[in-house]
Ligand binder design. Structure first.
Ligand code: SF4
Ligand code: SF4
Length: 117
């Protein structure tokens, strides 16, 4: 699948139906600062980013005039390590786009797509 022109037009790696999708380490929690309290939570004895409508709670979908939307990480500078480690155009990035291909090509309707990746 073709690499989108930038990550703002993709967002695939920020979507999942899994509630334990984005682990938050102790260092991540510290880096998030006050954002940790409303964007992350503990499940059992481990912390994760909260998930909303099958995407990370830190992801903001912004409508664009030409249609569709952009996928904006509101905590980009402070995002968890697992997000930092996922390199654009890497095999992992390709895998994300492969299992969630609709994100790069169509506007999101959070009620229309169930993601299990
Ligand atoms: S899957 Fe790849 S291209 Fe898409 S947002 Fe993530 S890093 Fe960017
Ligand atoms: S923290 Fe940002 S980059 Fe990581 S999954 Fe959430 S929205 Fe995506």
């Amino acid at each position: 699948m073709e690499l989108p022109e930038d990550c703002l037009r993709c967002g695939a790696c920020c979507f999942s139906a899994a509630i334990r999708y984005v682990p938050v380490t102790g260092a991540d929690w510290s880096r998030l600062g006050r954002d940790a309290e409303h964007l992350a939570h503990f499940i059992g004895n481990r912390a994760y980013m909260k998930m909303t409508d099958h995407h990370c709670a830190a992801l903001e979908l912004r409508a664009v005039s030409e249609g569709g939307c952009t996928y904006f990480c509101t905590i980009y500078a402070h995002r968890p390590q697992v997000c930092r480690d996922l390199e654009r155009a890497s095999p992992q990035c390709a895998g994300e786009r492969h299992v969630k291909p609709s994100l790069a090509t169509v506007p999101r309707d959070s009620s229309s797509t169930i993601l299990n990746a």
